[in-house]
Ligand binder design. Sequence first.
Ligand SMILES: Nc1ncnc2c1ncn2[C@@H]1O[C@H](COP(=O)(O)OP(=O)(O)OP(=O)(O)O)[C@@H](O)[C@H]1O
Ligand SMILES: [Mg+2]
Length: 410
Amino acid sequence: MRKERVVVGLDVGTTKVVALVGNVADGMIEIIGMGKAESHGLEKGVVVDIGRTISSIRKAVEEAENMADVKIDSVYVGIAGKHINSINNSGTVSINRPDRIITEEDITRVVETAQAIQLPPASEMIHVIPRQYIVDGQDGITDPVGMTGTRLEVDVHIVTGAITAVHNLVRCVESLDIGIKQIVLEPIASSLAVLSSAEKELGVILLDIGGGTTDISVFRGGDIWFSKVIPIAGEHITNDITVGLQTPIEEAELIKKQAGTALVESVGEDEKIEVATIGGDEKRMVSKKKLAKIIEPRVEELLDLAMQEVEDAGYRDLVPAGLVLTGGTSLLDGIAEFAQQRYGIPVRRGKIPQGIHGLRDIVESPIYATSIGLLRYAVETKDFSKRRYERKKASLINKLFSWFNRFFRG
Ligand SMILES: Nc1ncnc2c1ncn2[C@@H]1O[C@H](COP(=O)(O)OP(=O)(O)OP(=O)(O)O)[C@@H](O)[C@H]1O
Ligand SMILES: [Mg+2]
């Protein structure tokens, strides 16, 4: 019999909130519902206004519920922000029983020893992802249960986040009476959506360049080695255009998408665009080159910062598969070509890989990479982080708060 289950990914981004409903059967995901709302309660990937965030989430969730004809009561939710840190650690235990056969309990024990790290101040663990197990010196093992050995080691990737930032996000979701299955780091989610296993094996950098944050992740040997979030992305480009061309923010956003490019050299001297002035009705003509000259240095700064993070972590020369770009800002004209020229490595825009069906025209956009990745995370990742947000029975106070939110907030 086919076993089906419904999973929901909730991407609370700086510019938009997306709820994606997937039907999972035999490891394949069929998208059956999508809801999207403008996001106004976040800055640089972090919740700064709980009320506004709740109303965006509610809108996206209700839309997805209607489309999929399901009631959403738990989600995998993405988190980002510069409070995120990641470290790699390892742990070792000995197997002392006479049969020396490794059990699930040994796995739990060894992963626990690998978690003994000094946490950054006021932070908590979001992920503890085993990268590989080593049994009596033999490495590269993904599942050692049932093997025989005396010494079991594990290498883990640990991701931490600021308690306050995590708590505020949890509160927004739970106040709508929705449980959290797991909080997932956005770079990890995006990587599950757009990287092939060959790229991850070879070594690759993924940049999810959104509105408020650029999420970085580095993979090698099939495993995640590095993850980091930097607080610069598409909104900063738009802000620079607003200032540089003295135009309202909505207009700056529009011309960035329609006429902007990250490659000054690609624009002819006499190409012009019409731009609205602040406070006035009239339009004026501006050269497209001038626009490109505003965008290119910002893109350069953003990409340099991201590449510097990769370099500082020691992975710059270990990524033969190059750079993959996703997130809304990866749609910026010329950005992939610019990166290729500047860093001399292969650069491509991310595509959604095999194993995802339904609503394809909607979800093929890089804007949905995080939400799709959240669904994949739900299906395939084994995570040992201690803090589980299994649905709690809502207390009376929470119920009242949720009732209040559903009925009275915009
Ligand atoms: N065609 C385009 N050209 C240039 N920029 C674009 C284009 N389409 C979208 N963007 C930019 O992408 C950004 C939004 O991307 P995305 O939806 O991935 O962000 P987000 O998930 O809401 O934010 P974050 O992940 O940073 O919290 C906006 O800054 C928008 O201007
Ligand atoms: Mg995003």
